[in-house]
Write a protein that binds this ligand. Structure first.
Ligand code: SPD
Length: 277
């Protein structure tokens, strides 16, 4: 057994007692798989928890479903990052989806996910899924006006992922959407990463006409309070009276019609951060 700590700031972190299952150095990062009593297996990239068997459904459902429900008929979906496959699994619960492209820079993440996280990666080989091992920023150059929904399932905005939180990248995302297109991104914790959270919101607002922020509780992410930012030029993404009947048809464990109905109910302090950003 070892003790592993993810440092959320210089002063606080998440510490778990675990068996080390696998540790490898890929071309891009250190990939660590731990097995823990409370959270099951955990996938950790460069010291940062990406997903755990116990709470992954919360993040993946909340990242994928709101945008897919709001879109009138999502057929072509792109995931940038998300090599563990959890977001792809959720996307495929929407019967209108015909094609999912997954653009993951690090093939080793997919290999590790398929070996150690079968319940998360189970849909990666579905015939509707095409995997591209590429840099998301470069991948979008070639995909003008193609997607109905683009989902940024990136890691935190440090190192290679930093560019995925900036205006030029969101411009490319916008150009890659077709009419009625919607994008959604994971945008960090308003409690412990206010700078990144507010920064992402500011950059997305420079590019898209309609922008909304919503939250979910993800126990193994910094502070537990996690944010998602959804945006579209065509669709009023804050109108959660849209397509509510489709929510009831989804088999989910966290996302549900009540959560959808008040998706944009934000605590006062989060509203204040957004107002001043
Ligand atoms: N601090 C953790 C942020 C991780 C966001 N991406 C996770 C990828 C899981 N599919």
């Amino acid at each position: 057994m070892i003790w592993f700590t993810e440092y959320w700031t210089e002063n606080v972190g998440l510490t778990v007692k675990a068996h080390e299952v696998k540790r490898i150095k890929s071309k891009y990062q250190e990939i660590l798989v731990l097995d823990t009593p409370e959270f099951g297996k955990m996938l950790i990239l460069d010291g940062l928890v990406q997903t755990t068997e116990r709470d992954e459904f919360i993040y993946h459902e909340m990242l994928a479903h709101p945008a897919l429900v709001m879109h009138p008929q999502p057929e072509r979906v792109l995931v940038i990052g998300g090599g563990d496959g959890g977001t792809v699994r959720e996307i495929l619960k929407h019967p209108s989806v015909k094609e999912v492209h997954l653009c993951e820079i690090d093939e080793e993440v997919i290999i590790v996910a398929e070996k150690y996280f079968p319940t998360i990666s189970e849909k990666l080989r579905d015939p509707r899924v095409k995997i591209f091992i590429e840099d998301g920023n470069e991948f979008l150059q070639e995909r003008k006006g193609y997607y109905d929904v683009i989902i940024m399932d990136s890691s935190d905005p440090v190192g290679a992922s930093e560019v995925l939180f900036k205006e030029p990248f969101y411009q490319k995302v916008k150009q890659s959407l077709r009419e009625n297109g919607i994008m959604v991104a994971q945008t960090e914790s308003p409690v412990l990463q206010e700078k990144y959270f507010a920064g992402a919101y500011r950059e997305i607002r420079k590019v898209f006409r309609n922008v909304g922020v919503y939250l979910a509780y993800v126990p193994t992410y910094p502070s537990g309070m996690w944010s998602f930012t959804i945006a579209s030029d065509y669709i009023d993404v804050k109108d959660t009276s849209r397509n509510r009947e489709r929510v009831k048809e989804l088999k989910t464990k966290y996302f549900c019609d009540n959560i959808y109905a008040c998706l944009f109910a934000l605590p006062q302090f989060v509203q204040e951060i957004l107002k001043k950003s």
